[in-house]
Design a protein around this ligand. Structure first.
Ligand SMILES: [Zn+2]
Length: 42
């Protein structure tokens, strides 16, 4: 199963999106567009 290259979440191929050359999950894709002020803590 592929992983989101931003948050590291396991995502299915159907839910993987490309954002600036990175394979990201839907949440990160949406976050990249909206540019929220809150940041994910690892
Ligand atoms: Zn993600």
């Amino acid at each position: 199963m592929p992983k989101c290259e931003k948050c590291g979440l396991d995502v299915s191929q159907d839910e993987l999106y490309e954002d600036n050359g990175l394979k990201v999950c839907e949440d990160c894709k949406i976050s990249g567009i909206k540019r929220p002020e809150t940041k994910i803590k690892f």
